[in-house]
Design a protein around this ligand. Structure first.
Ligand SMILES: *Cc1c(COP(=O)(O)O)cnc(C)c1O
Length: 385
């Protein structure tokens, strides 16, 4: 089964480009709001880093989600889009002074702080402005997610977050500071997580930590469990919307929230992954000795995930119904890792055929580069075609 695309419109367009199916995006956002909305204390933020295309952000902002930023540039983009500052959270191990100042000037909801030196700088910069910065501490819960090693972030020895054993001393340190206010705990265990058991393990760990804090009479207003829910890269047509019901229910069942506590989520990939495809044209079909190559006009500069993480993207020939043959699908970049897929089945492919790389809405366009002096790919939403 192939996806449905406005192929007649694509036919006139310069490739490669990203196509964003805003009907699917809106349906995904409705599902998120419906499932999270069953729990009045759940607050959902969108992780901007997955896709910061202004037209996509606009749709997400209109659905009422908050924003999770990891840089000053992202805070800027959010503010321009219209996300209210009161719904912006800001994480990152290396926040520079201008980025912290921007967050203070905009009066964002919260800084997710990852170390004591960072806390000291935020306190100092907020002091100069005579402000009080709201802070959450990113705690490293030492929970491993069953995902690619490059995208696991919650294990003990990791650049992200503060170790659990330091949690109480960091909180009491913050309580001594005049220009920061401790408002909660933040966690993020990794990405592309499909096993709800990983999130259950996170819940159990948070329950332990909360018991511990309660013994020290430390009050926590907000718990933020980060993002990480995965998508089905193998079946973008059969599973276009991730299982948000199981996801939110896992937290509702396993996390013991205290009276009045808010539970925040920061979803990236699961919001935008399936609605995006990279559309490319076949330039040449080249016969090798033992295989054939479909050489396309998109490369690792447009979509780096296969080269960077050996990620799989389903590939469809949108303009051929001829019997399938086996191809290596490769890009034009001068790097041997510029390969989208090896030995995959595609309908018999010819020069000029339109090819879709599916499930490319997250960590696609935003990671594009100009290596080889290539122009950056453009992104189009359904309404623009
Ligand atoms: C990347 C990131 C997210 C989003 O991750 P997804 O896997 O795309 O949902 C959320 N929170 C933080 C702190 C992140 O770094």
């Amino acid at each position: 089964m192939k996806g449905t695309f406005p192929i007649d419109k694509f036919a006139k367009m310069q490739t490669p480009f990203y196509y964003y199916d805003t009907d699917l995006l809106r349906e995904t956002l409705r599902t998120i709001n419906a499932e999270a909305g069953k729990h009045p204390n759940f607050v959902v933020h969108y992780a901007i880093k997955a896709n910061a295309n202004p037209k996509v952000l606009n749709v997400i902002c209109q659905a009422g989600l908050g924003a999770d930023c990891v840089s000053g540039g992202e805070i800027q983009r959010c503010v321009e889009t219209g996300f209210p500052a009161s719904k912006i959270v800001y994480a990152g191990v290396g926040k520079s002074d201008w980025e912290i100042n921007l967050g203070l000037d905009r009066d964002i909801f919260c800084f997710n702080v990852e170390s004591i030196p960072e806390l000291e700088v935020i306190n100092e910069l907020a002091g100069k402005k005579d402000k009080v910065a709201r802070v959450c501490f990113r705690i490293n819960p030492d929970v491993g997610a069953h995902t690619h090693a490059n995208i696991t972030t919650g294990l003990a020895e990791n650049k992200f977050g503060i170790a659990m054993r330091d949690m109480e001393s960091v909180i009491s340190e913050a309580e001594q500071m005049a220009h920061v206010k401790f408002i909660g705990l933040h966690f993020h265990i990794g990405s592309q997580i499909l096993d709800m058991g990983d999130f259950e393990a996170l819940c159990n760990r948070i329950n332990q930590l909360q018991d511990q804090l309660e013994q020290h009479h430390i009050k926590v207003e907000n718990i933020n469990v980060g993002g990480g829910l995965g998508i089905d890269y193998n079946h973008p047509n059969r599973v276009p919307i991730p299982d948000f019901k199981s996801y939110f229910d896992t937290f509702a069942h396993h996390l013991k929230l205290r009276e009045g506590q808010k539970l925040h989520f920061e979803l990236g990939r699961s919001v935008v992954g399936q609605m995006g495809s990279l559309i490319t044209r076949c330039l040449y079909v080249k016969q090798g000795t033992a295989k054939q190559f479909a050489i396309v006009d998109a490369g690792m500069t447009d979509l780096i995930r296969p080269a960077l993480y050996q990620a799989y993207h389903k590939i469809e020939n949108l303009t051929s119904d001829e019997p399938v043959e086996t191809y290596d699908v490769v890009g034009p970049i001068c790097e041997s890792s510029d390969v989208f897929a090896k030995a995959i089945d595609l309908n018999k492919t010819h020069r000029g055929d339109l090819i879709a790389l599916r499930s490319a809405g997250a960590y696609g366009e935003i990671m594009a580069s100009q290596y080889n002096c290539r122009p950056l790919p453009k992104g189009f939403i359904t309404e623009e075609l």
